[in-house]
Design a protein around this ligand. Structure first.
Ligand code: ATP
Length: 381
């Protein structure tokens, strides 16, 4: 434990205090699948100079710190926000709708760390099949920050990016300092090593970026895509994000489907985004009416479906289709889900033509179920 304490610059008693206050928690499962990791802990909150989700791992090669992915602030209006925030040129990148993964190499194998700092067995299995290790051998200090997207996702399933889980690099950073490579360097590396990269729609002066972003947002919104992240081309200024109305509504639909699990802040903030966008885009009455309908449908349809589910089937579940290439990883993932405190059920694995196994993961939404049940029994709220 002494080496873990000194890696984050605290004394042994201070480290114990971090564990006692649940700021530091175990971040992996001891298993041969993770054989290069001897111990690993994650920061559940920002601490000192380290972001939430920072991983501190004792590996076969010594103690490694993998910094948490920094928070990206949101713009509610494009003008004058972008112009005020950036000075030079900016890259307008697609904000893909999946989950954040940092890929690193410890010892001889690759590891996938999710946003909160867990080493996820499901994601790690896919990363090891898709990525070759040469990039990490050439650049041992760098990590690939990717969006994991696809229908077969245990955290953010979305069919618009295809069926199987895939990875799109959006940042390349020094894993211990979090310093990001410039957009050009990122593009060069992705091309050299054949990595998928989040689409860069345009690189323009920050003075006119608000106009370009608006066009991009209107176009990709119609395709059901999430939004954009606007980045200083040198990656010296913090990026900002902006989302489409369709993405806000898809969040609202999800949030109201599981309204017991999702807080009022989650829902309210999305509604506010819609108000500012409608105002800034100077919508015609017809377009505003369309937006209102989209918001209303997102709220009502999903909520009624959850009520119906409780009435007809007694429970609200989120159902996700997953794929495992090794049943041992399936066992590890079940343990991982249990440790994350999720109440879940899994179908028996069914072998597919290519030898992989398809499993249904039912995530039980206890709070929504309990509230709906209580109300349907005639109780007051
Ligand atoms: P954050 O603290 O980063 O704001 P959040 O949970 O609110 O986290 P989001 O609103 O989804 O997250 O936006 C940030 C996330 O967007 C990043 O953590 C990353 O996973 C994802 N993302 C998708 N595409 C990109 C991209 N091109 N550049 C940066 N991040 C991207």
């Amino acid at each position: 434990m002494k080496d873990i304490a000194s890696a984050i610059g605290v004394s042994a008693p201070a480290l114990r205090e971090l564990f006692r206050r649940d700021i530091l928690r175990k971040a992996f499962i001891s298993h041969p699948f993770f054989s290069d990791v001897l111990e690993a802990y994650k920061l559940d909150r920002k601490f000192g100079g380290f972001e939430e989700g920072t991983l501190i791992a004792k590996t076969v090669e010594g103690v490694e710190i993998v910094r948490g992915f920094p928070k990206i602030k949101r713009a509610l209006t494009l003008y004058p926000t972008i112009k005020k925030h950036f000075k030079g040129d900016v890259a307008i990148e697609e904000k893909m709708n999946g989950y954040n993964v940092r890929i690193v190499k410890f010892g001889e194998k690759l590891y996938a760390i999710t946003r909160g700092g867990f080493i996820c067995p499901y994601t790690t299995e896919k990363v090891r099949l898709i990525f070759d290790k040469s990039f990490f051998k050439d650049h041992p200090n760098l990590m690939l920050c990717c969006e994991a997207v696809g229908e077969e996702s245990p955290y953010v399933p979305s069919s618009i990016y295809g069926e199987r889980l895939d990875f799109y690099v959006f940042d390349i950073r020094d894993k211990s300092t979090n310093e990001a490579l410039s957009i050009k360097e990122k593009e060069r590396i992705c091309e050299n090593y054949g990595f998928n990269m989040a689409t860069i729609f345009d690189v323009v002066s920050s003075k006119i970026a608000h106009e370009v972003v608006r066009d991009v947002i209107e176009k990709i919104g119609k395709e059901g895509r999430e939004g954009v992240v606007i980045k200083d081309v040198e990656m010296k200024e913090p990026p900002i994000k902006y989302t489409t109305s369709q993405a806000n509504c898809s969040d609202l639909s999800y949030g109201f489907r599981y309204f017991g699990e999702y807080g009022k802040d989650f829902l309210f903030s999305r509604l506010i985004r819609e108000g500012f966008q409608s105002w800034e885009f100077c919508e015609s009455e017809e377009n505003m009416y369309e937006r209102a309908l989209r918001i209303g449908k997102a709220i009502l349809f999903s909520m009624v479906e959850s009520i119906r589910n409780v009435k007809d089937r007694g429970k609200v579940y989120e159902n996700m289709r997953l794929r495992f290439y090794d049943l041992e990883v399936f066992e590890l993932f079940k343990e991982h889900v249990r440790r994350m405190g999720v109440s879940a059920k899994f179908s028996d694995p069914i072998q597919d033509e290519d030898g992989s196994y398809v499993v249904h993961y039912y995530k039980y939404m206890k709070s929504t179920t309990d509230i709906v049940k209580h109300i349907l029994e005639g109780n007051l709220w």
